[in-house]
Design a protein around this ligand. Structure first.
Ligand code: SAM
Ligand code: SF4
Length: 337
């Protein structure tokens, strides 16, 4: 609970800061200075933190992220251990899907509930330009394997970048709805290690809707948004406007922020609590875990960190560079998006 009455029931847990892609809106071309192995939470520490979150602090949903969670060698064991403790907990994972084709079935068996795959383009060249790696075919194979393994509803995340992949918005929608995936467009946030984000350069949610509406009709999804970051829209083809062919989500963190309904608590790969993606405050739990603190002491420090969660991130009304918004030092990959 924080001072504004929000309850953080959704835990975003980063398993690693490492990644095998170099998306331009996230990482620099040369990568970052990765954490040393002993700086990263161990499997046992992760499993314990999740147990404390669920049993003592009311966590109801877990999302594994990174960096790229699939690069973590003990990923299956981590999921298996968490599942053994929490039979009903929804456990999802956000991934770039490299190597997912070989591991999707094992992830499902280990207890993973659902998967979000990031894929910004269906064109190999554009994909390579955005991620700085020529791996689109591998990502597509991974997505297919996830669907075959029953890791559905598969959600696809796409960050739209002006002049690079924004014109692909309707094609991405067509591709997703015809396969039964839920596509979510994400506004580019100022969380890139290169600090290349500009308010004028980013594609806004309003523009995203306009781009999609060149080929589809969008209408608000009547289902309750229920604290979800994505605003959902029902999709109808212009040629058959009576039939809903799927839904598309738009995550407008910059221009239409949802801070008032935020339910997230974030744990970085080295065990720091961030109450918000844009926090400049971090609260270390790893030292407690490694110095013999009991569960209640860990829970108390976590609770105190969340109590201080700011009301809002400040990007919406000020614009970057103005008044109270300062870009965090960490990139998205180093926080856990
Ligand atoms: N590597 C995994 C992946 O890409 O799905 C998980 C971690 S990644 C940091 C999580 C999500 O954050 C991805 O969907 C990615 O597109 C998104 N992301 C990264 N940097 C972003 C930025 N600057 N603005 C908006 N979304 C961003
Ligand atoms: Fe890696 Fe994900 Fe960041 Fe892309 S968005 S560089 S896949 S962590």
């Amino acid at each position: 609970m924080d001072t504004y009455g929000r309850q953080a029931t959704d835990m975003r847990l980063s398993l690693t800061d490492k990644c095998n892609l170099r998306c331009t809106y996230c990482m620099p071309a040369e990568g970052l200075n990765w954490l040393q192995k002993d700086q990263v939470l161990s499997r046992a520490e992760i499993v314990r933190l999740v147990r404390i979150g669920v049993d003592l602090l009311g966590i109801r949903e877990l999302r594994l992220t990174g960096g790229e969670p699939l690069v973590r060698a003990d990923l299956l064991d981590i999921i298996r251990d968490i599942r053994a403790n929490h039979s009903e907990l929804p456990i999802s994972m956000t991934t770039n899907a490299l190597g997912l084709d070989r591991r999707a079935a094992a992830l499902k068996d280990a207890g993973l509930t659902r998967i979000n795959v990031s894929m910004d383009s269906l064109h190999p060249d554009t994909f390579a330009q955005l991620t700085r790696r020529p791996f689109l075919d591998r990502v597509l194979k991974g997505i297919e394997a996830a669907a075959d393994a029953g890791l559905g509803l598969v959600k696809i995340n796409a960050v739209l970048m002006r002049g690079i992949n924004d014109s692909e918005a309707p094609d991405l929608v067509e591709w997703a709805v015809s396969r039964g995936f839920e596509l979510r467009f994400i506004e580019q946030m100022p969380l890139d290690a290169d600090h290349g984000w500009t308010r004028d350069g980013m594609v806004t949610a309003a523009e995203m809707r306009e781009l999609v509406e060149t080929q589809f009709v969008l209408s608000p999804d009547p289902r309750n948004r229920d604290g979800a970051p994505a605003e959902r829209w029902e999709v109808r083809r212009r040629s058959a406007p009576d039939v809903v062919v799927g839904t598309v989500g738009i995550i407008a963190s910059v221009t239409e922020p949802f801070c008032a309904d935020c339910r997230r608590t974030r744990v970085t790969a080295e065990g720091k609590i961030m109450s918000c993606l844009f926090s400049r405050e971090e609260t270390d739990l790893r030292d407690l875990l490694r110095t013999g603190a009991d569960d209640a002491a860990v829970a108390r420090r976590w609770q105190e960190a969340m109590w201080a969660k700011p009301r809002a991130h400040g990007m919406d009304h000020t614009g970057l560079g103005a008044a109270d918004f300062v870009q965090p030092d960490r990139s998205m990959s180093a926080i856990g998006g």
